[in-house]
Write a protein that binds this ligand. Structure first.
Ligand SMILES: [Fe+2]
Length: 408
């Protein structure tokens, strides 16, 4: 739509933007306006710039610095968002843009990418490839920012918020990148050549690690309460779905490993394959730690968020009921029926028997689910590689924003 030189309205059609986000080296295809008060609570929006190709670069840079608040027309918000995506690296590296604005922009663009990937039509190979490319393009622009240890302060600000899959995914990728960057000695990188692409792969894996959840029925995925045994088993299938959805893409081996094995436990009680210790790929162990840390510290409809200290206390804690917990996990994973069928087999009335059987199965399932959650909060150290978890605590403890004294 062609833009007018000026508008008179209440401002609802305009969207404020920061002029510092405009990169003088990158062509913008949207008009910029200034706002002046007018009578009757209306404003005059006067066009300052139609598009950046209409002005020399030096002049544009001076203007951008001199402008305070500027606006774009809502008709051009899509073009502006695309511009932000194309210039994310420029924005994140800009010294004069404050960290809050940088983080908000990164989170908002990442949420778009994850949301798009969750809406992708996986029947079309080109659409799946596009999903992966979008994630890679975004992360390759943000990788220096998210792997910098200083960015932990920005992660800390996001802790304790409501859980949503899209924001959770970027936080997992972000924590993975920061951790790997701070613990490079764990990997045998030829630094110049291998570190950056590996960080990108790790963060992309974090972004897409739960993509298989699109195959899980929404009433199970969004259930406002605890899951019963069958629902728990269905949820567990998301790792295999994630791998199958991305199977025919160019996704790297390491990213695929993180996605497929991010629920494997150190003692072999995890899923989908029950791998243990050195059989679990290192990148999947890191993804697992970041995933659980973020899940525990997020608010859910049925639980308050744990503080980072409480979450890590649970993650490092020994579980006194480990045998029972393992039995539950094992039964859920193998879909073993509860033994109530045997107990009621001798009832002579078939209707009564069925009713009783169902009741007992449900009771049993509920008991087990409640116990599983309660038991897990007693300690999860069996899920993680101890030295890796310790490194994770040391890494995030480098940020003053986390209060972890007493854990190390
Ligand atoms: Fe997951």
């Amino acid at each position: 739509m062609d833009q007018q030189i000026e508008y008179f309205n209440d401002g609802a059609e305009f969207h404020e933007i920061d002029p510092l986000f405009i990169n003088a080296d990158s062509l913008m295809e949207f008009a910029i306006y200034e706002r002046q008060p007018c009578k009757d609570s209306r404003y005059r929006f006067r066009c300052l710039l139609v598009e950046s190709s209409s002005i020399p670069k030096d002049r544009l840079m001076k203007l951008l610095k001199s402008w305070g608040k500027v606006y774009i027309h809502t008709d051009q918000v899509k073009k502006y968002h695309q511009y932000l995506k194309d210039n994310l690296a420029y924005i994140l590296k800009h010294d004069e843009i404050d960290m809050v604005k940088k983080t908000d922009t990164l989170i908002s663009l990442s949420r778009d990418v994850v949301k798009e990937s969750f809406e992708c039509n996986f029947s079309f190979p080109w659409s799946v490839r596009q999903t992966l490319e979008n994630a890679q393009r975004l992360i390759s622009q943000a990788v220096e920012f998210i792997s910098d240890i200083k960015s932990l302060n920005e992660i800390a600000k996001l802790i304790g918020h409501d859980y949503d899959t899209h924001t959770h995914s970027i936080k997992v990728g972000w924590l993975m990148a920061t951790f790997i960057h701070a613990n490079q000695e764990l990997f045998n990188f030829d630094k110049a050549l291998e570190l950056r692409p590996f960080l990108i792969q790790a963060a992309v894996a974090g972004l897409l690690h739960d993509i298989g959840k699109i195959k899980i029925p929404p009433n199970i995925l969004n259930k406002n309460g605890k899951l019963d045994n069958l629902e728990y088993i269905i949820i567990q299938s998301h790792t295999a779905y994630s791998a199958s959805l991305l199977f025919d893409t160019e996704i790297s081996k390491h990213a695929m490993q993180a996605i497929l094995y991010h629920h494997e436990n150190e003692d072999g009680s995890g899923y989908p394959t029950g791998l243990n210790r050195e059989h679990i790929p290192l990148i999947a162990k890191i993804c697992h730690i970041a995933d659980v840390f973020d899940a525990l510290t997020s608010r859910r409809p049925y639980k308050e968020p744990k503080t980072p200290f409480e979450a890590l206390k649970i993650m490092t804690g020994e579980n006194p009921y480990l045998d029972t917990l393992k039995k539950f996990e094992q039964e859920a994973a193998e879909n073993i029926k509860t033994p109530v069928t045997a107990i009621v087999r001798d009832d002579y009335d078939i209707k009564l028997r069925r009713l009783r059987e169902r009741e007992m199965v449900e009771e049993e399932a509920l008991k087990r689910v409640e116990a599983r959650v309660k038991l897990r909060d007693q300690g999860m150290s069996h899920c993680f590689d101890k030295s890796l978890l310790r490194r994770f605590i040391i890494t995030i403890n480098k940020s003053e924003s986390f209060e972890l004294s007493g854990l190390l």
